[in-house]
Ligand binder design. Structure first.
Ligand code: MV4
Length: 446
């Protein structure tokens, strides 16, 4: 096992990783920017090192500063969390070259999955159905138009280096293609440093469902079921749940087994997530693979009883998974609401000081947060204040707990997404499990 783990992140995920390390008996090193000197991850880690000024490019993304911090503290492993350098194959390589274990999959597999077009090809070869689409768009517009007509409109333009939603454009006819291709290419270039885009058939009114994988370095691979993430706005997830009300036990086994086989075929080791789009006929298609721990991992933890961050650390230290697929039991339902500091009218981040922060507690309620009274939500990083996660013996109980947990949350000083969550949790279609990728737009209109 590791001597010491450096956490190359901040906020609630840095605290979450500290929790896992404490339970494993591993000392931790926090790194922080000048904007984060009063943060809880700094307080709760065994050591803390300032790595630069507030902008992430000069701190949490500053590889030389991170490696120096690891070296002067005699750290032998780095956990990247999510965001920042979590899916940087280059950072994983630098860690390896410096003799520090990167807690995540290999640089090769991060690089493969980071190129969404290569990932699609690899997963298709591994037997997963993928959405009909193209490789990277090269050459003249006429070729892209021909491909799009062959696929059939609507199509969606996606950034090859992307993920999330940046550089994505839904296009419903050939005359809209040229303009949208250009916008998507420019957006992709600005956001990811590569303007490469590809096309997929757009699946409307679908469900966005992701399967969680755990794989060790000895060929053992299991899946932890799915999370449903169809409630998104501007490609930002708002609510996630597990299990999905749309997935039957039979379909879970079928997709799960395919996902396990696909992970094995690329020698995947560590935690990973395969994103699928599922249409109204329950046909499913692989879209992309995320090679990190995800924001919404707690819903999977609550229904499986596993500590996924501890599992990541054990796997990285080359331990074997201590269980097989038949040992993974799914019990009850879990729901996560992301509470962001956000203006309800414009959906823009709303930085400021939390004059009062009171978190809900009680049976079946978990709150992952790094917030406290008088803490400051700065404009430098994302605007997540807390993740409220509830568990119930069934979906109805998890939802009732979430409603009362939201009522018993007090945040003063900034506006938040709590009122929006309350509207969703009062919506009869949501309560019936009848929703899809356009649910929020439709709800906003009614
Ligand atoms: C799609 C899709 C439908 N068809 N791809 C959004 C985030 C990114 N990781 C993948 N996303 C989607 N990709 C195809 N071919 C639907 C989504 C999607 C979505 C789209 C519009 C509005 C809300 C959405 C919520 C989840 C997923």
């Amino acid at each position: 096992m590791f001597r010491k783990i450096l956490i190359a992140n901040r906020g609630e995920i840095a605290l979450r990783i500290i929790c896992a390390c404490k339970e494993l008996g591993i000392p931790t090193v926090a790194v922080y920017s000048q904007a984060d000197q009063h943060s809880l991850h700094v307080r709760f880690a065994d050591e803390a090192i300032c790595i630069g000024p507030a902008p992430s490019s000069e701190s949490y993304l500053n590889i030389p500063a991170l490696i120096s911090a690891a070296e002067i503290t005699n750290t032998d492993a780095i956990h990247p969390g999510y965001g920042f350098l979590a899916e940087s194959a280059y950072f994983a390589e630098v860690c390896e070259a410096c003799g520090i274990t990167f807690i995540g999959p290999s640089p090769e597999v991060i690089r493969m999955m980071g190129d969404k077009d290569t990932a699609r090809t690899a997963m298709k070869d591994a037997g997963l159905p993928v959405v009909p689409g193209t490789g990277k768009i090269k050459g003249p517009l006429s070729e892209a138009s021909t491909s799009a007509e062959k696929i059939g409109f609507p199509v969606i333009v996606k950034a090859a280096a992307g993920g999330g939603g940046k550089g994505m454009r839904i296009v419903s006819s050939v005359d809209e293609l040229e303009g949208n291709l250009e916008v998507a290419q420019n957006e992709a270039l600005a956001a990811f440093g590569s303007g490469d885009v590809y096309l997929e058939k757009y699946i409307p009114l679908a469900r966005h469902i992701e399967f969680q994988i755990l794989a060790d370095h000895h060929g053992n691979v299991v899946h932890l079921g799915e999370r449903e993430c169809s409630i998104q706005r501007r490609y930002q997830k708002l609510i996630e749940e597990s299990p999905s009300p749309y997935i039957t036990p039979e379909l879970r086994c079928e997709i799960g087994e395919l996902a396990v086989r696909a992970a094995r075929s690329v020698n995947y080791a560590n935690a990973g997530t395969m994103e699928f789009i599922v249409d109204e006929l329950h046909r499913y298609y692989f879209m992309e693979m995320n090679t990190r721990i995800q924001v919404e991992h707690p819903v999977t933890e609550l229904v499986t009883g596993l500590d996924m961050v501890k599992e990541q650390i054990r796997i990285a230290s080359r331990e074997r998974l201590g269980y097989t697929q038949k040992d993974i039991l799914f019990r009850g339902n879990a729901l996560e609401c992301r509470v962001n500091a956000e203006r309800p009218d414009t959906f823009l981040p709303c930085p400021g000081t939390l004059r009062i922060f009171h978190q809900p507690t009680g049976i079946g309620v978990r709150v992952d947060t790094a917030a406290y009274n008088e803490c400051v939500i700065t404009p430098y990083y994302d605007s997540l204040i807390a993740k409220i996660i509830t568990y119930g013996k069934n979906r109805d109980e998890a939802i009732r707990r979430m409603r009362r947990a939201l009522e018993m949350t007090v945040i003063e000083g900034v506006e938040t997404t709590i009122p929006l969550h309350q509207r969703i949790l009062a919506n009869e279609d949501f309560l019936a499990g009848r929703y899809h990728t356009h649910f929020l737009e439709q709800m906003a209109r009614t």
